[in-house]
Each structure stands twice: as structure tokens, then as C-alpha cells.
Write a protein that binds this ligand. Structure first.
Ligand SMILES: Cc1c2[nH]c(c1CCC(=O)O)Cc1[nH]c(c(CCC(=O)O)c1C)Cc1[nH]c(c(CCC(=O)O)c1C)Cc1[nH]c(c(C)c1CCC(=O)O)C2
Length: 357
């Protein structure tokens, strides 16, 4: 692990160190846009792939070989550990996670198990151990954020307004805090195990946390996120915290202990930088829909994002949310080429090209 043969520009950017080129990877970079992935999905469900370490490692590696990205993200789903906590679910095509039975009562919360990752999800850790010694780039592990996981558990599936989740939060703050505390502790244990198995960094996908007002986020979620990140900080792996529509929460994300703050496309990266300060790195934030534009128009979008991102040290190029299933693979390849062709030097202040060589 961590040998010099591994391309480390992603980890350097996480730590706000000078880089030779801007690192790039894509949220949801393994998936349906890729014909090879679709072919595998003819014979295996998503959860089948997760449970087969060799196949899972192959799927994780595909975007590294095909796109030339600077990091791999473990192929899994934020719901995988929710099964291990005792809540069965299915992943339904074009819908998302659907719970067998939603979580609604005091007893439901008490019944959630704090699982041992090595016992409950050995195949995840086996996949990581295999990848950590064979990938040419760092491997990112991940977990869902407590609010986002709770939203699936309480609603029973995807939701537009998270009405039941917010109702529990406001009507039963005691119960809500017990649920958040359990989820934060379970995900901290899960992320610790992933890092110990060989993940070089982790991302917390709190995709739907941007649906909260700033004051409800601070009162009902932030302490648990802070706790989660504090519980894994001693391992030294960068922690990326990301959610959609979280422009107003970015300063709180940095304050809660993130090493890297993920930004969606609505907030310009220079504005995000002003909000988070100089002590964290930024990741984002090309609108995933711009990948449907003709190459010349896409290129202009990529350049704009790069110029804003590179104004300060510590920048990782990514989309503002996941790759859409109908995206053309060639467009992603072009983006990687353009990002790697961009001169990041203005972003590193006093360092010269010779010093970096
Ligand atoms: C909210 C969320 C989920 N899962 C995830 C999130 C957070 C990220 C985000 O906001 O996009 C995270 C996730 N899910 C998946 C990954 C794999 C790693 C990667 O390539 O990024 C990651 C990081 C595989 C997957 N997870 C899923 C797919 C697509 C379906 C499939 O291939 O069978 C993949 C590749 C299914 C899934 N699982 C979930 C949804 C909403 C869906 C999509 C439903 C659909 O459109 O069909 C829950």
C-alpha cells in the first residue's frame, strides 16, 4: 500500500499540496453509462456484484482503465450496511432503494444493530484488500451520511420532500438523535474498517442533507457528522463530505471536520472557497447534464470550473453530482483529457514547475 508507483495527485490535492496536474474522478464513475458494466448487469444484480470480491474489484477498476481517472471509488451502495443493521431493502431499477419495512417507531430504532464490518460485510473488505494492492491510483471508500440514510429508512424509499423524516426530527428530537447517533457510530466503524483494509480516502455521501434549513442542520445533524468524522480522523485518511444543494451549509461542513468539501454545480467554486476558508480542499462541480452538450460547449464548461477551482490550493475536479446513466463514455474521456491538460500552476502560489518536477 502507498507505494510510489501509485499516482498520488488525488491525495496530494486532498491535503492541499502542490500537484503536477489537477486530479479528476467522477461520482458514480462505475455504472450504466458503461457498456461493459451494462453487460455484467445482464447476469448479476448490483448486490450480487458487491458480494463477489473479484467481480466487484473488476467493476471498481473499469473507469480507471477506460477513463484515466486519478482515483477509484469502491463499487458498492450506501444501502449495503443498512442491510447489516437489520433493515432489509431492495434496489429497484430507475427508482432506488426501497425498504421492506420503513423505520417509524421507538422499537425500530432500538432494534438497529451496530454491526462488526468484518463479520457482517467481509466481502466488502476483501474487495478493498485486493484492490489496495493492485490499483494504480488511490481507492476511495464510502458511506452514506446519517441524514441521507435515515431518509431512506424512515420514508421507506426515495422521497421528494422527506416529510416523514423531518416530522420525526421535529416531533421526536430524542428519538431522532438516537437514530442519528446509531447511524453515525455504525458508519464510523464501517469507514474505519474500509480505511484499515486499504482505502486511502473516504467520502461521506450525505446527498439529501441540503434539503434542511441551516438551523435544523446545525441542531439535528451537524453534531453527529462531527462525531462521525472525529471517530475516524486518527487514521489520517482524507474525509470528503458531499451533499446536493448544500451551498448554505459549506462552512459548517468544513467546521465539522471534513478534509475535502464536495460542492454541487449551483455554487461557484470561488464562492465555495470563501465560505469554507483555506484549511480544506474543494471537490466538484461540473453540472452532470453538461456532458450531454456538444464537445465544444462542454469544454467551455470544464474550463470555467477549472479556472474557479484552481484559484486556491487543494482542488479536485469532479461533477456536482453523479454521472447520469445515459452519458456518453467518450464525453467523460474528453473531460479527463482536458482536466489533465490544464495548467494548475496558478493554484499553487509560489511553487514553480521545476520544484514540482
Ligand atoms: C443516494 C445514493 C444511493 N447510492 C449512492 C448514493 C449517494 C450518491 C448520489 O447521491 O448519487 C452511492 C453509490 N451507489 C453506487 C455507487 C458506486 C460507486 C460509484 O461509481 O460512484 C455509489 C458511490 C452504485 C449504484 N447504486 C445504484 C446504481 C444504479 C443501478 C444499477 O446499476 O443497478 C449504481 C451503479 C442504485 C441506486 N442506489 C441509490 C440510488 C438513488 C440508486 C439509483 C436508482 C436508479 O437510478 O436505478 C442510493
Amino acid at each position: 500500500m502507498g507505494t510510489s508507483a501509485v499516482n498520488d495527485r488525488f491525495l496530494r490535492a486532498c491535503r492541499r499540496q502542490p500537484v503536477d496536474r489537477v486530479p479528476v474522478w467522477f461520482m458514480r464513475q462505475a455504472g450504466r453509462y458503461d457498456p461493459e458494466y451494462r453487460a455484467i448487469r445482464q447476469s448479476y444484480t448490483l448486490l450480487d456484484i458487491c458480494r463477489e470480491p473479484e467481480l466487484c474489484a473488476r467493476v471498481t477498476r473499469m473507469p480507471v482503465d477506460q477513463l484515466g481517472v486519478d482515483a477509484a471509488i469502491l463499487f458498492s451502495d450506501i444501502m449495503v450496511p443498512i442491510g447489516a443493521m437489520g433493515m432489509p431493502f431492495s434496489l429497484q431499477e430507475n427508482v432506488g432503494p426501497v425498504m421492506e419495512r420503513p423505520l417509524r417507531s421507538e422499537e425500530d430504532v432500538e432494534g438497529l444493530r451496530l454491526f462488526h464490518p468484518e463479520e457482517a460485510l467481509p466481502y466488502v473488505l476483501e474487495t478493498i484488500r485486493h484492490l489496495a494492492t493492485t490499483l494504480p491510483v488511490p481507492l476511495i471508500g464510502f458511506a452514506g451520511g446519517p441524514f441521507t440514510l435515515a431518509s431512506y429508512m424512515v420514508e421507506g424509499g426515495p422521497s421528494r420532500d422527506y416529510a416523514r423524516t423531518k416530522a420525526m426530527m421535529l416531533a421526536r428530537p430524542d428519538l431522532w438523535h438516537r437514530l442519528m447517533d446509531k447511524l453515525a457510530r455504525a458508519m464510523a466503524g464501517y469507514l474505519r474498517a474500509q480505511i484499515q483494509a486499504g482505502c486511502a480516502a473516504v467520502q461521506i455521501f450525505d446527498s439529501w442533507v441540503g434539503s434542511l434549513s441551516v438551523h435544523t442542520f446545525r441542531a439535528h445533524v451537524k453534531p453527529h457528522i462531527q462525531q462521525l468524522m472525529a471517530e475516524i480522523a486518527d487514521l489520517g485518511a482524507p474525509i470528503i463530505y458531499f451533499g446536493v444543494q448544500t451551498g448554505e451549509l459549506l462552512a459548517d461542513f468544513a467546521e465539522a471536520g471534513a478534509t475535502v468539501v464536495g460542492v454541487d454545480w449551483r455554487t461557484p467554486l470561488d464562492r465555495a472557497r470563501k465560505r469554507v476558508g483555506a484549511s480544506v480542499a474543494l471537490q466538484g462541480n461540473l453540472d452532470p447534464v453538461s456532458l450531454f452538450a456538444p464537445p465544444e460547449a462542454l469544454r467551455r464548461e470544464v474550463e470555467t470550473v477549472l479556472q474557479l477551482g484552481c484559484q486556491s490550493p487543494g482542488y479536485i475536479f469532479n461533477l456536482g453530482h453523479g454521472v447520469k446513466p445515459t452519458t456518453d463514455l467518450a464525453q467523460l474521456q474528453r473531460v479527463v483529457e482536458w482536466v489533465h491538460g490544464f495548467d494548475p500552476i496558478p493554484s499553487v502560489g509560489s511553487a514553480t514547475k521545476e520544484e514540482l518536477a
